[in-house]
Design a protein around this ligand. Structure first.
Ligand code: MTE
Length: 316
């Protein structure tokens, strides 16, 4: 693993399972920072890791969501990562099969600075911040996850997309020798996802390298994944090896496999049902009663303007 999320705590791993422990850890970090980083944080990592650099909106959202955090154990043991198997338990069980070191990302297409870049040059520790987001899977379950990552937009700008770059396409590692799921035609491998360029540039779009203050577990898409919180979880592609700027809408894996079920946009929408189940309600992992699905997964105020004038029932 090349991107080091600095160790943020002195608690045993086994103790870190719920929000109260997480809060204690945050408190400990704050104190450690005040006393000069006694727990060994790298100097470059301090300000962003401490989460002091968030916008006013992000701070408010973090506070509101912090009380709802899903247990770390659930986030890392109930996964969709078909490359590591189709059962929810498979990705954790098979996590070691994903080789994440060394890791580099190829930048292609409509940009002035294409090339291949090592992960440690792509993601700078000083830019990493914590964002607490809801994750809503198209299968009608949800979680609240404290991600560690960098805003996607500024990172993409470094490669100088041209005026023809209307979309951004992301591709997952293709390694059937090691990834058991890729030996079966469940999807047309490798996994590909895409965003319109303005969606990719939206400040909520995140490239993630960690969660709960630690390096991203393999089952959650190490070492680098996308998180687009207002869209169904399948848009948040894992273990990214390629980013391509394109003039035309990318052909994405789930859309290719069943276009009537998985639209290119796939914004969370309680009014547009999946052909085989309702999207009006969802099961928050760890809760007993179902709750109402929120338009754009609760981020309407921030993102609805991206779709003004569009018929979201047709462009689902
Ligand atoms: N990315 C890849 N490469 N392969 C996958 O199977 N599953 C998607 C998404 N990204 C998937 C993927 C789906 S359906 C969801 S809901 C989220 O990852 C789940 O992320 P999590 O396991 O970290 O909760």
């Amino acid at each position: 693993m090349l991107i080091k999320i600095p160790a943020r705590h002195a608690l045993k791993e086994s103790a870190v399972t719920d929000y109260s422990v997480y809060l204690q850890r945050r408190e400990f970090i704050k104190k450690s920072l005040a006393t000069g980083g006694a727990i060994g944080l790298s100097a470059a990592g301090l300000p962003a890791i401490a989460g002091v650099d968030l916008s006013a909106y992000q701070k408010a959202a973090d506070q509101a969501l912090a009380a709802e955090l899903t247990a770390e154990k659930s986030i890392t043991s109930y996964n969709n990562f078909y490359e590591l198997g189709t059962d929810k338990k498979d990705p954790e069980k098979n996590a070691a099969m994903l080789k994440t070191e060394p890791w580099s990302v190829t930048i292609e297409g409509e940009c002035e600075r294409p090339g291949m870049i090592a992960l440690e040059d792509l993601i700078q520790t000083k830019d990493i911040e914590e964002r607490i987001y809801r994750l809503r899977c198209v299968e009608a379950w949800s979680m609240v996850i404290p991600w560690m990552g960098v805003e996607l937009g500024p990172l993409l700008q470094r490669f100088k997309p041209t005026s023809k770059a209307k979309y951004v396409e992301f591709t997952t590692l293709h390694d059937p020798a090691n990834l058991p799921g890729q030996r079966f035609p469940v999807l047309d491998w490798p996994y590909v996802e895409g965003l319109r360029i303005d969606e990719a540039m939206h400040p909520l779009s995140l490239l993630v390298v960690g969660l709960y203050g630690k390096q991203l577990p393999n089952q959650n898409g190490a070492p680098l994944r996308l998180v687009v919180p207002w869209k169904y979880g399948f848009k948040s592609i894992k273990s990214i090896v390629k980013i391509r700027f394109s003039e035309t809408q990318p052909e994405t894996s789930w859309n290719l496999s069943a276009a009537k079920e998985y639209g290119f946009y796939s914004n969370v929408n309680p009014e547009v049902n999946h052909p085989r189940w309702s999207q009006a309600r969802e099961r928050r992992i760890g809760e007993f009663r179902k709750r109402k699905t929120l338009a754009f997964n609760g981020y309407a105020e921030q993102v609805a303007a991206l779709y003004s004038g569009m018929d979201l029932k047709r462009n689902f």
